[in-house]
Design a protein around this ligand. Structure first.
Ligand code: ZN
Length: 136
């Protein structure tokens, strides 16, 4: 089964917790045990698994990326000014594969599945969720 999540973002950079949305798609699929791929179909966004209990982790991640990869100093900036977002997206990666157990993501206690906006705000961010597994 495959389904899309369409997200709007409101900031230049932000993390959006999509764990509940993904679990909702798994529930609809009726898959009990298997794997779930979560893929951001964009060159300036990413999918990560990390802590969201303390939202400062999300801000720290963005701060660390911004320190490592400054804006405005890259060749591609002459095209559309967002080379840093492409580089951050490539480093974080566009997807995660997560085990499904008992009909939901089998994440660790402090793990969430998050969409990372790196060149927002955008109104039409597409995340493709693909679910494979056994229904019994
Ligand atoms: Zn670009």
């Amino acid at each position: 089964m495959q389904e899309e999540i369409i997200l709007s973002t409101s900031k230049k950079q932000e993390l959006a917790d999509i764990t509940d949305k993904v679990n909702g798609i798994i529930k609809k699929s009726k898959v009990k045990n298997g794997i779930c791929s979560v893929f951001a179909a964009h060159a300036t966004a990413a999918i990560i698994i990390n802590e969201n209990y303390d939202p400062n982790i999300c801000l720290d991640l963005l701060d660390a990326l911004n320190k490592l990869i400054p804006a405005g100093v890259w060749r591609h900036d002459r095209i559309d000014g967002n080379a840093d977002a492409h580089i951050k997206s490539a480093i974080l990666g566009p997807s995660e594969t997560i085990p499904i157990k008992n009909g939901e993501l089998d994440l660790g206690r402090w793990q969430s599945c998050m969409f990372v906006e790196l060149d927002g705000p955008r109104s039409n961010r597409k995340i493709i969720v693909t679910i494979l597994g056994d229904k019994d």
